[in-house]
Design a protein around this ligand. Structure first.
Ligand code: SAM
Length: 424
């Protein structure tokens, strides 16, 4: 997480606990990962590969990709996300799903399909809360947690289904597709503009180093995305184009018979995403909670991410038959779901001071505009008739929020290592 003096700046992307890059082993302390070996082998065969192919291998190579090796959400990992920060996030999403179930006419089966479910933290917190949201809803809810990199759980059966897949191998869903920080993990094409046209950035090898090489785009889709921008990009501008958004929206819409799509991520609309404030684009790496800028270090051992292009999600969603209901900040969305009432309730809850501080801090982080609260939430719908966010507001539910567990990131200890015992 960024320091107090940086709090008015917009979020940089994934949320880490440290402020700046620190000296680290180039490759997480080990020799070249299987992902890097495969990348170098492909470069040897073809001379160069598109950055999107590089990113695909660095994150998802079956043996050596960052996510295939287990990803790294949490205090011991590389970054934290909203579900890992506090269980209130999942509990509020549970209330949202219940409201959506009501809007759909309380069907006997209501699917919540989470794509990019990672460790399953959100799935677990939603399921735990849903059990107390009325027997009919609890019986109707079928939570399916999908992740391309996660094996099906072998331990104690969780209260949700897990599917290891890249996509949504489902059909005729009545319910809700939901994702948190999925789109920012899609491999992106990178470009630099020259003479008014995009040149694609490829990755090649020179004297043993992985380096960039701009050349003719590998696909016309790159220029087609930039042609839809409301403004022309000046020469020298760098950026990313996320070509996985189209197929993803098409697949989700095809699988969704009736219901909603909730996409939560850091990102921007195109006017800001491709503006002069980001002349080098938004690509960023994360390693042990420190942001970095070179994707060619620690290949397969550090996260690589870019801001979600919400204009493209809206555009591709419309093409696929999904109507936009609302586009809000995470802070406004969670307020609509009732987080402020829970923050108030915590102030007087009969719990130890240390616990109160830790819970308040994590819940405030969820709505902090310079932290997770600055993320965006896009709600789309199909066949429900809902066209504004206020229709999605749930009736006030439980008076108090769930409290942090050992499964969540101890943000307070991470930020103020002395605070836990000082306040206790
Ligand atoms: C940044 S992590 C977010 C994990 C989790 N949602 C959270 O908030 O902690 C992104 C996850 O999306 C998964 N993923 C990426 N592309 C996917 C796809 N096409 N289908 C399913 N999962 C995908 C990755 O394997 C990774 O676990």
């Amino acid at each position: 997480m960024k320091g107090a003096d940086e709090r008015i700046r917009p979020p940089q992307g994934r949320t880490g606990l440290r402020q700046a890059d620190a000296p680290m082993h180039e490759n997480g302390g080990s020799s070249a990962s299987a992902a890097e070996l495969e990348i170098r082998a492909r470069i040897a065969r073809h001379g160069r590969i598109a950055f999107a192919e590089f990113m695909q291998l660095a994150l998802y190579h079956p043996a050596g990709g960052y996510y295939s090796r287990g990803g790294a959400v949490g205090a011991d990992g590389d970054y934290f996300t909203s579900p890992s920060a506090h269980p209130a996030f999942g509990a509020l999403i549970a209330a949202q799903l219940r409201r959506m179930w009501e809007i759909l006419g309380r069907p006997a089966v209501f699917h919540a399909v989470e794509m990019g479910a990672g460790s399953g933290r959100l799935a677990a917190d939603v399921s735990a809360r849903a059990a107390g949201l009325g027997p009919d809803f609890a019986a109707a809810l079928r939570y399916i947690a999908i992740d391309r990199s996660r094996p099906v759980s072998r331990g104690k059966a969780p209260p949700f289904h897990r599917i290891a897949a890249a996509g949504a191998p489902l059909g005729r869903v009545a319910g809700c597709f939901i994702s948190n920080e999925l789109v920012d993990a899609f491999p992106v094409h990178r470009f630099v503009t020259r003479d008014g046209k995009p040149r694609e950035i490829y990755v090649t090898e020179r004297r043993g180093e992985l380096v960039e090489e701009p050349a003719e785009p590998s696909t016309p889709a790159l220029a087609q995305r930039l042609d839809r921008l409301p403004h022309r990009l000046p020469d020298g501008r760098r950026g990313e184009v996320n070509l996985e958004i189209g197929p993803w929206m098409a697949e989700v819409s095809e699988a969704l018979e009736r219901g909603f799509v909730v996409t939560i991520d850091y990102g921007r609309l195109e006017r800001e995403l491709y503006s002069e404030t980001r002349p080098r684009g938004t690509l960023q790496t994360y390693y042990r909670h420190a942001p970095g800028s070179s994707p060619y270090r620690r290949v397969g051992c550090q996260d690589i991410t870019s801001h979600a292009d919400f204009s493209e999600i809206l555009h591709q969603g419309r093409r696929a038959g999904l109507n936009a209901v609302a586009f809000a900040s995470q802070a406004d969305y969670l307020r609509m779901l009732g987080i402020e009432r829970w923050i108030q309730a915590l102030r007087t809850a009969p719990i130890r001071q240390t616990e109160r501080h830790a819970n308040l801090m994590a819940m405030r982080q969820l709505v902090d505009p310079s932290g997770l609260g600055g993320f965006n939430v896009l709600v789309q719908e199909k066949g429900t008739g809902v066209d504004d966010l206020s229709s999605l507001a749930p009736a006030p539910g439980a008076a108090s929020p769930p409290l942090l567990t050992e499964e969540h990131v101890p943000l307070m200890e991470g930020r103020y290592p002395h605070a836990a015992w000082e306040l206790g």
